[in-house]
Design a protein around this ligand. Structure first.
Ligand SMILES: [Mn+2]
Length: 427
């Protein structure tokens, strides 16, 4: 009895670029391959979509791919019961073929009360969504319980998980799935994890975690903790160049065995950092060209697609030079028929300018979503202005983003009315 575990496909990422089909091609490969290998259930660990309100073109392609398991014969698994999950939420369509169980990730999370795209897929019968609940299946190898917590803000993750406090189902093989940073396994420096490996509840046979975009394995309470990594390259870091993309096949026999399956449709990716000290623009042009050429000559795994090449520039420019004098677009153009080149020059500075660009650089490095960046700036500014927190800024912002101006206005009005009452009461 086998199941597949796939993480972070980020469907629709890089839309409008030469890479816009990559996320679809790679998730399709993962799903088709897992079915060929005999998966009787597929677990998707969140960030199925890259955005919380995907465009129609992304929906159409995604639903086409996510309907493949439903059309793939009948599963050996039978849903026997749910814990904390209203069975009415599960469409009978979702149990017709090979079932897909999914979490929503941070990219899909929406303000409470609004439907996120994973819940929309559940409504269509394309998957079963888990958030603080459990599905128990009957399998030819005994009972299998899949427990899931979708993404919550990192600062609350430990508390929220402890409050949910999932318990392994007796007599079953138990799998716990999450979409969070855990301990040293963090997505970025933007949000520090509150959850550490020992905080994971004990007694499960397997721990699965999305969110981390490169594959990793460790143990929690003596049992495997697997991070399959995303099927798509989203961060273009060194570690993504070194770690193959793929998914896990988990075999349920007397216990659980897992195997990593590498995808073959993924573009080759080469990464290099270059350190400079007082470099002139012409030297820079020459060195970067030479480096791209050198990376192009590296051994290839996938010769069908243009490779991705990212060169990150660090250090300082010559005194008179400014970063804008260096035109990386000319280099990108020059190699356009051989590679998709990305030149990162945010960390190359003209002497003396360092401080001014510090903030921008930090924001960029955090790779925060626009929303999160705006929220961080707003919260920083409010704190600096010495504002006492009178209302939940995040909730208010959420309402405005969702175009629920009337509710937003009401929540502000309530605060104002309260203040007025205090004023009147005091006089
Ligand atoms: Mn992700």
């Amino acid at each position: 009895m086998k199941l597949a575990v796939i993480a972070d496909p980020h469907l629709g990422t890089k839309w409008g670029t030469p890479r816009e089909q990559d996320s679809f091609v790679q998730l399709r490969e993962a799903i088709e391959k897992s079915l060929e290998l005999g998966a009787q259930l597929i677990i998707l660990l969140g960030d199925i979509f890259d955005t919380r309100i995907p465009r129609q073109e992304v929906w159409a392609q995604s639903m086409r791919i996510l309907s493949i398991p439903a059309a793939h014969g009948r599963s050996e698994l039978r849903l026997s019961r749910t814990i904390d999950k209203n069975p009415d939420e599960i469409s009978p369509v979702a149990l017709r073929g090979i079932p897909v169980v999914a979490l929503h990730g941070n990219h899909e999370r929406r303000t409470r009360g609004l439907t996120n795209p994973v819940e929309a897929l559940e409504a269509a019968g394309l998957l079963i969504h888990l958030h603080h609940n459990t599905l128990v299946f009957d399998t030819p190898r005994g009972k299998l319980a899949i427990h899931g917590m979708s993404n919550v803000p990192e600062q609350h993750a430990r508390k929220v998980l402890a409050t949910w406090n999932p318990k392994p189902v007796k007599g079953a093989i138990n799998i716990l799935s999450l979409h969070q940073s855990v301990g040293q396994y963090v997505y970025s420096s933007e949000e520090l994890p509150t959850l550490d490996v020992p905080d994971l509840p004990p007694g499960f046979d397997l721990y699965l975690c999305g969110h981390i975009h490169y594959r990793n394995e460790t143990t929690a309470h003596g049992k495997p903790l697997l991070f399959p990594g995303g099927t798509e390259r989203t961060q273009l870091l060194q570690v993504e160049a070194e770690t193959p993309k793929g998914f896990y096949m988990v075999e349920m026999d007397d216990g659980l065995k897992h195997d990593f399956v590498e995808l073959t449709s993924v573009r080759d990716f080469h990464y290099a950092e270059m350190q400079f000290d007082g470099v002139s623009v012409s030297q820079l042009n020459e060195s970067v060209r030479a480096k791209v050429q050198e990376l192009l000559e590296r051994p290839r795994k996938n010769s069908e697609k243009l490779p991705l090449i990212r060169v990150r520039l660090l250090g300082t420019l010559a005194k008179e030079a400014s970063r804008s004098d260096f035109d990386e677009r000319a280099i990108i153009q020059e190699f356009a028929d051989r590679a998709l080149v990305v030149v990162g020059k945010a960390d190359l500075v003209a002497p003396g300018l360092e401080e001014k660009i510090q903030l921008l650089r930090e924001l960029k490095e955090r790779r925060a979503s626009i929303d999160e960046t705006a929220m961080t700036l707003l919260e920083d500014n409010l704190r600096e202005a010495g504002c006492t927190p009178m209302f939940d800024v995040r909730a208010l912002y959420g309402l405005l983003v969702e175009e629920r101006e009337e509710e937003a206005f009401q929540s502000v009005l309530e605060v104002v009315e309260k203040l007025v009452k205090i004023e009147l009461g005091g006089s």
